[in-house]
Design a protein around this ligand. Structure first.
Ligand SMILES: C[S@@+](CC[C@H](N)C(=O)[O-])C[C@H]1O[C@@H](n2cnc3c(N)ncnc32)[C@H](O)[C@@H]1O
Length: 194
């Protein structure tokens, strides 16, 4: 079971090559989105993709991520997008409202990261194997080609809803496997090669 979860939490081969490298030169800084001037000055939020990648690299689905300096909650939102639990500590209560606002706003758009990863992967495969119509490894779950056996059981998470359970407590639910399949991600690509 543990081994399966590890496989399901895998990265695409080309992501591994890029993410486990010394330099991430594709990450841009992030806008400090808080309205209040003083809070904005103190927040020092970092780009979402920073914790998003690290969480994907060093944990598996269902793990719990701890951020002792929560600020605007970037790490907690990244954990949500990655299908991980999270706990955050923040000494300044002024940040709480900003986090609650974010959790109530466009939280479902966090799943765009999964869609984008799939699109990038298909683009990569398309370029890598131009003209090739059969592939050694197919992902069991999405049905599209992958580069290595490690990726054949890989899944990605799509948020279905985020509910506020208590003042500082949120519950994230994810689409089940069938709902994800119904989204037809990569279907066009699969149709083209079959
Ligand atoms: C650089 S910010 C974190 C930014 C955050 N990662 C983000 O993306 O918004 C550091 C935060 O840690 C908080 N902080 C500093 N010392 C703390 C402590 N001892 N316990 C809890 N929070 C603390 C600060 O109030 C500040 O909001």
């Amino acid at each position: 079971m543990k081994k399966l979860n590890r496989m399901e939490s895998a990265l695409f081969w080309e992501e591994r090559n890029m993410w486990y490298s010394d330099i991430w030169d594709d990450l841009k800084g992030t806008k400090q989105t808080i309205d209040e001037k003083e809070l904005k000055r103190r927040s020092a939020a970092y780009p979402f993709l920073l914790p998003y990648r690290l969480i994907n690299m060093y944990s598996v689905f269902g793990d719990t991520i701890l951020d002792p300096f929560l600020g605007t909650g970037t790490t907690a939102f990244a954990a949500m997008a990655c299908g991980r639990n999270s706990i955050g500590y923040e000494q300044d209560p002024a940040f709480a409202q900003s986090i609650r606002n974010k959790a109530g706003e466009d939280i479902l758009s966090l799943s765009n990261n999964s869609v984008q990863r799939i699109n990038k992967h298909l683009f990569y495969i398309n370029n890598f194997k131009k003209g090739i119509t059969s592939f050694n490894y197919i992902n069991d779950y999405f049905g599209f080609p992958v580069m290595t056996r490690q990726e054949t059981k890989m899944k990605l998470k799509f948020i279905e809803s985020v509910r506020k359970i208590d003042y500082h407590l949120f519950r994230t639910d994810y689409l089940d496997d069938q709902d994800v399949l119904n989204m037809g991600l990569g279907k066009q690509f699969i149709d083209n090669i079959s």
